[in-house]
Design a protein around this ligand. Structure first.
Ligand code: ZN
Length: 190
């Protein structure tokens, strides 16, 4: 499927109430800032979409292989959840910078050196993405299309699902929990 900025913005506005309902976080969205790209810069070559918290901008690709409107909707829900996370926990960016100053990212190890906070952020956004996709009415044909999640993100979302039984009060408390506590749950700082 092919999208444009107007479609992406409308989709974000459509899924925002679901993100709030499932996460218990506030989106506070007022005309989301969206950019649609023909292709992403080298750094983002594996991503299909991304959200930049300090600028509060959503980035999407113009063309999606194997994607339906529902899959795009759930992907927009994942990015909208990122907006909700940074909107609800104002010191999240500072905490991430603090962690990476202590533990610089080793790009050669890919996800192995991601911070436990990053694991919470991506795992939780993927958990919300999965809940949204599950709720959308789908045709039988669509159910055969794999809704491809990043395997690491999927794993982290499963940790939240199993360990906390997707209990939002407990999960939302993790955003302000000490790194050591997150490390026990997700690993990642060693
Ligand atoms: Zn994400």
């Amino acid at each position: 499927m092919k999208i444009n900025e107007d479609y992406a913005r409308k989709t974000i506005e459509e899924v925002a109430p679901l993100v709030e309902e499932f996460s218990g976080l506030e989106t506070d969205l007022d005309f989301p800032d969206v950019t649609v790209h023909k292709k992403f810069a080298e750094d983002f070559k594996d991503a299909e979409a991304y959200y930049v918290p300090n600028l509060d901008i959503f980035h999407f690709l113009e063309k999606y292989k194997l994607k339906t409107k529902n899959i795009f909707k759930s992907l927009a829900g994942h990015e909208t959840m990122h907006h909700a996370q940074y909107n609800s926990f104002k010191n999240l960016i500072k905490r991430e910078i603090y962690f990476y100053n202590l533990h610089p990212i080793d790009n050669s190890k890919n996800f192995a050196t991601e911070s436990p906070l990053r694991r919470l952020i991506e795992g939780d956004a993927t958990l919300i993405q999965r809940l949204i996709y599950k709720k959308l009415p789908k045709s039988k044909l669509e159910m055969l299309i794999p809704n491809l999640y990043d395997p690491c993100y999927f794993l982290w979302s499963n940790i939240l699902k199993k360990k906390f039984n997707a209990n939002r009060k407990d999960i939302n408390e993790l955003y302000t929990a000490p790194f050591e506590e997150l490390d026990k749950i997700f690993g990642g700082s060693k």
